[in-house]
Design a protein around this ligand. Structure first.
Ligand code: GLN
Length: 385
């Protein structure tokens, strides 16, 4: 068996969700909302199952969805995208990322990853033959410098895999930081693969800047989006890849032999949803902002110090003030003894180096958030012991 997968543990999300189920804990670990998602979008999918096309759709996606993706990014991010030459529909962002890595990396090529990286990245990079180079980010601000990029990027760099907003740190990177990346790869053959699945889930008036909005990056980047995150329908697994025509052509070759297509009924429902007006997306953000603030307040009252949350479904607790130095051990203790599941952030570092933060998901019902806070508050006095 291939050792990269044979030696891989089960994902931290699955491990913590399984523990939460077994121990009847409140699960603020794995990031999925307990909101059912917009009813009109779900009805559209149901109608399409009954009365629509249920055979293979075109390999790069339904034209109506490719057009809707281009139109959506024009309205929300000011991007000019050619739907037929530059947009491909995938079965979720994970397939889009895996396909991009398989298509772009040749064995021995270097791939730059920002730690904490989403857990799927490293095994996929390795399996594609890539040699990882890390840019290590640290709390409280999780920012990177020009010098860090210069140390990681060089003539052998093929891909810079960049997640913005960044899960799990909940950081949003702006144009200045994207320009640092553009500058760092200027004299290389590197392509930026930007996982922008959290693009709509940003707070406090922030605006998302896509890699495609940076002129020097427009023709050498791959932008990946996800209907799962845009509509709180994480199980649908409808994603999209946007890239310049010469890059997209190669990505389609990987896609055609990975999943080939994505359920057409879900595609047409997503095409409809992407056309919803700005008020819909504003309301989604306002709702999540209120839940973020509610959990942050609760955590603070239970004696936990939270780090800034600029986007995503997640807020991190800083373990340093509690004198705790092992986030993994603490999460296992918390799920068993307090009855609350969280995710240790060190799971997103190759060497497990940074052990002082744990991640909570706030995209949950208020009573779920309250139940977690109540359990944590009850447990907090035991922490000193
Ligand atoms: N994206 C989800 C998270 O960050 C996890 C998805 C999964 O379990 N694969 O929590």
């Amino acid at each position: 068996m291939n050792p990269i997968f044979a030696e891989l543990p089960t994902t931290i999300f699955e491990e913590m969700s399984a523990l939460a189920r077994a121990l009847d804990a409140v699960n603020l670990g794995q990031g999925f909302p307990d909101d059912p998602g917009p009813e009109d979008v779900r009805r559209k999918a149901a109608d399409a199952v009954i009365s629509g096309w249920n055979q293979y759709p075109p390999m790069p996606g339904l034209p109506e969805l490719r057009q809707a993706v281009a139109a959506h990014y024009k309205v929300h991010q000011g991007l000019e995208i050619d739907p037929m030459a530059e947009v491909m529909v995938t079965s979720g962002a994970t397939e889009a990322i895996a396909g991009a890595l398989l298509a772009l990396i040749a064995p021995g090529d270097e791939v730059v990853l920002f730690e904490p990286y989403y857990d799927a990245y490293l095994p996929l990079v390795r399996r594609a033959g890539g040699v990882p180079k890390f840019v290590k980010l640290a709390p409280p601000d999780w920012r990177f410098t020009k010098a860090q990029l210069a140390a990681a990027i060089g003539p052998k760099t093929r891909v810079v895999l960049f997640n913005n907003p960044l899960n799990p740190s909940a950081t949003v990177y702006g144009p200045a930081e994207l320009r640092l990346i553009a500058e760092a790869i200027r004299d290389t053959n590197a392509i930026v693969v930007a996982d922008e699945v959290w693009e709509h889930v940003i707070f406090d008036g922030r605006a998302h800047t896509s890699v495609l909005a940076i002129p020097e990056l427009r023709a050498r980047s791959v932008k990946i989006g996800s209907a799962g995150k845009i509509f709180s329908l994480t199980g649908w697994k409808v994603g999209f890849t946007v890239a310049a025509p010469d890059i997209l052509k190669v990505l389609m070759k990987a896609h055609q032999f990975l999943t080939f297509t994505t359920p057409p009924n879900l595609q047409s429902a997503v095409a409809y949803g992407l056309g919803k007006d700005a008020a819909h997306f504003d309301a989604m953000r306002a709702d999540l902002t209120a839940r973020r603030d509610h959990l942050a307040k609760g955590l603070a009252s239970a004696g936990f110090k939270t780090l800034a949350c600029e986007g995503t479904y997640f807020i991190n607790v800083d373990l340093a003030p509690l004198g705790l130095t092992d986030d993994q051990a603490f999460c296992r203790r918390l799920v068993k003894e307090a009855g609350v599941a969280a995710i240790p952030v060190s799971a997103f570092y190759a060497d497990g180096g940074m052990r002082s933060a744990i991640r909570f998901c706030f995209a949950k019902k208020y009573e779920t958030l309250d139940a977690a806070v109540e359990r944590l508050a009850r447990y907090a006095p035991k922490l000193a012991a």
